[in-house]
Every structure is written in C-alpha cells, then in structure tokens.
Design a protein around this ligand. Sequence first.
Ligand code: CP3
Length: 353
Amino acid sequence: MTNLQTAVLDPHLHNSRFLRACRGESVDATPIWLMRQAGRYMPEYQAVRAGHTFLELCKNPELSAKVTLDAQRILGVDAAILFADLLPILETLGLKLEYLEGEGPRLSPPVRSAADVNRLTELDPKTSMPFVYDAIGLIRRELPRDIPLIGFAGAPFTLAAYAIEGESSRNFIHTKTLMYNDRGAWHALMGMLARVVSKYLHAQIDAGVQAVQLFDSWVGTLAPEDYREFVLPHSYAVLQSVKGRVPVIHFGVGTSTLLQFMAAAGGDVMGLDWHTPIALTREKFQFKAIQGNLDPIALFANREVLKRKAMQVLDDAGDTPGHIFNLGHGILPKTPVDNVKFLVDFVHESTRR
Ligand code: CP3
C-alpha cells in the first residue's frame, strides 16, 4: 500500500483482520472469506436469481449489491467480494456472451486466428461497465465499516482461454494451438487483455474496493516454461500496473509447479489450491501472505472430518502472520450452507489470539 492510500483509508478498514493479514501483520483471529461465497448453494441467492438471468443479475447494481451483502452477513466472513463474473469484460472486446442453463458460459464468435484477434474492439471498461462501479458504491455504503470489499478480474490467460475456446474446456486444444502456432496473434490478444484488465481493476479501486484478486483459474493447464513465455509478461503487466494501490491476491488452480513464475509476475498474497502445502511453499518462495487452501469438497463431509481438514490447513499455516483462510477453489453448488457457517465459526474460534 502506498502512504497515500493508507492515509485515506478508514482506520477500521485499514486495521481489519483481512487487510492486516494481506500485509503480513498479526491478527486477533485468522480472517476467512470463501471464493464464490455468494452463489447457487445459498437460498437467498436463489431467491434473487429466480426472476432474472445470471447476466441480468451481474448488470443490476442493486441486485448484485444485495447478493454480496447477504453472503457476507449470513456467513460472518471477514471480507465481502463484489458479485460479478469473470467474463462480461470480454463483451468489451466485441464478443457475445451467454450463460446457457446447465451448460455454462458461451462466447461467440470464438477467437481462433490472427484475423479474429484483429477484429476485436478494445472499449474502455471504465465507461463500458458502469454497473460494476455502481454496485461497488452501493455495497461500500452498506457494508460494516471494518469489512473490506474485494474486487476482481480474470487474468489474461484465463480470459484468453474463454475467448478462444468459446466455452469451458478440459484440454484447451484451441488455446494452446493458437499459442504455439501464432505467437504474434497470441501476444496481441494477451496484450489487449492485460490492458483492459488493468483499466478494469483501476476503475474498481477508484470506485471503492479495498483489495483485488486476479483469478487465473485455468492456468494450471500450462507447463512452467509455457507459463513463463506466454503468460508471465502479461500477468506481470497487470500486477505491476495496480501494485501499491491496494493488496492484490494472485490466484490459480493446479499451480504448484508454476508458483515460482507466478510470484515473479507479482501480487501481495498468493492464493493456493489444496494440492499445495502452505508452510513448504511459503518458505520456498518467501511469500509474505498466503490465501487458502481447504478442498471445497471437505464442506460436503461430516463435521468431524470438516474440522479435521480445516485444522490441517490452520496447522500448516502455523503461527506466522499472513494467512487468509479460504478454499482452494470456489464453493460448489449444493454445498450445505450450515457447514459453511460452521467452518467460518470454527476458524475464528480455534485461532482466537
Ligand atoms: O466469489 C463470489 O461470490 C463472487 C462472484 C463470482 C462469480 N464468478 C459468480 C458466479 C466470481 C468471483 C466468479 C469468478 C468466475 N467466473 C471464475 C473464476 C472462479 C474460480 O473459482 O476460479 C470463472 C471461471 C467464471 C466463469 C463462470 N461463471 C463459470 C464457469 C460459471 C458457471 C456456469 C454454470 O452454469 O455452472 C459462471 C457463472 C457464475 N458465476 C455463477 C455465479 C454465482 C452461477 C450463475 C447462476 O447460474 O446463477
């Protein structure tokens, strides 16, 4: 954080558990929030969602604000996350976005060649996504004053993968084919994504979020050398651009072998999935703060197992300051809400200092 930002931040927020942990400072109890904490597993979300498509919800500041605030209040978590999605920013490139019931996102036409990249537009997300900043304003007004609000964006690779595949994918064949066969088109697309994502994050910070998370959800599909060559420079551009304004969480799944390069790309907090041991990783890469990393499926298990698995994460994180408890990936639909509340209370109670 720059001195300027520290000076203007409300002391209640500045000294919140979550922001203290992001800075690697000591806390009275380990902060916890959960990726996708507002979502289909929660009846209050389903009630709001019932009358609207998902995209309508994302573009309606009042409803998005309600969904964000409901989740924070119901769960008692230490941070709220903006209710939005990774993919609407791809509309600023001229792609059509739909969410098909039961099938997931669709982007069209998929970007598969240099000619397709050249046809993309590059609108400024500052003006093309006003609903996001309006939602941030509404949320910040209603959130308790010691609860930070997290903004977020997809990292260039994960967004490129959606733009190129046109949907979720297992093998990322089209993505890697473009990456390997046409470096020029690849770097042009990634450069464009890095520019719009940087502007988008700056605009969220201007609108009032206290931290941001860069989601590189699908980057685990890459070999380390491919990450270094094809992804690192672009994630670096985004992370360097917002560095020092607010703490930045850099997150991906399946990243154990990529962490060295992800660390080089930047971020104040490294988000780990459940394949990655906390203490060993921390020591090896000297991360000041770590977020993670309970297996989201542990929330489907009985309470004894859930407690044991949560304790394993806490033990692995140890007493070193700079741990934010989270899942190793987002909460899944059908997760029992009571178990999520139980986990939040358990983490607070068992780490009270
Ligand atoms: O964390 C939060 O509570 C904030 C909201 C949030 C959503 N998506 C809401 C959402 C966040 C941070 C995301 C990020 C996101 N979106 C990612 C990265 C997440 C990760 O865990 O790595 C990705 C890959 C997406 C793209 C996306 N959006 C997918 C693959 C889907 C699922 C499609 C499906 O039908 O299963 C979505 C939809 C989505 N995003 C929902 C929610 C609550 C469900 C929408 C609904 O049907 O109501």
